[in-house]
Design a protein around this ligand. Structure first.
Ligand code: PRP
Length: 208
């Protein structure tokens, strides 16, 4: 059996649809259930439904053979696994954003940056030689500049509608081409190559 760690949330439906197009029986994923471990009817595939930020952990540990997760999460988690394929799903950008009237904010030597990508933000500003304060948050990041908790945010922007609804704009695109990726456990790629490699080939054909 091939075991997948799949991201719950915005990538879930698109990931299931892509796998179905590759011949994976994903009908069990359509069920309205609170179960977190699911199996395809033919028992060829298992699915673990996990928070996006936990997908790399499951794949690195080998509990899951394969995972589908955003590049933003891979940058942040920096786990020991193979990133095999860009699945071109859920494209977004990792940006610094804030108030349009304060475009000079980024040069503030005591910049306060709110983010759920703490390690990535730290790396970005370290490379620039800038000493900033990171304010780690878990969600609703746009609220931080609005309430004065932070000067700017470092966050994913997809449609831009959350920024717009809160009066914020992109100040700088830091990483573009943030899409879902297929990741593979290093041992599984060897021990289950007979199942994994044909699946990767089918994914490539469907994506082409
Ligand atoms: C993400 C991100 C932004 C929003 C961007 O949050 O943190 O808030 O999506 O998307 P948009 O550009 O299409 O508006 P998510 O919806 O995952 O929820 P969260 O606030 O709970 O992290």
């Amino acid at each position: 059996m091939i075991r997948f760690a799949l991201s719950k949330g915005r990538l879930a439906a698109e990931s299931a649809e892509l796998l179905a197009r590759c011949g994976v029986d994903t009908s069990v994923l359509q069920e309205d259930t609170r179960k977190l471990v699911l199996e395809s009817a033919d028992k060829k595939f298992g699915f673990f439904l996990v928070k996006p930020s936990d997908v790399p952990t499951y794949v690195e540990a080998g509990v899951a053979d394969l995972g589908i997760v955003g590049k933003d999460t891979l940058l942040e988690e920096d786990k020991d696994l193979y990133e095999m394929l860009d699945l071109k799903l859920g494209e977004c950008r990792l940006c610094l954003a804030g108030y349009p009237s304060r475009r000079d904010t980024l040069t503030n030597p005591h910049l306060r940056v709110a983010t759920k990508y703490e390690r990535t933000a730290r790396r970005v500003f370290l490379e620039r030689g800038e000493d900033i304060e990171i304010i780690p948050l878990h969600g609703s990041i746009e609220l931080a500049p609005v309430t004065g908790l932070a000067d700017v945010i470092f966050d994913v922007v997809q449609t831009g509608s959350t920024l717009k609804a809160n009066g914020l704009v992109v100040l700088e695109e830091v990483f573009t081409g943030i899409t879902a990726r297929l990741v593979v456990n290093k041992v599984s790629l060897k021990t289950k190559s007979g199942e994994i490699l044909p699946l990767i080939q089918r994914l490539k054909e469907v994506l082409a």
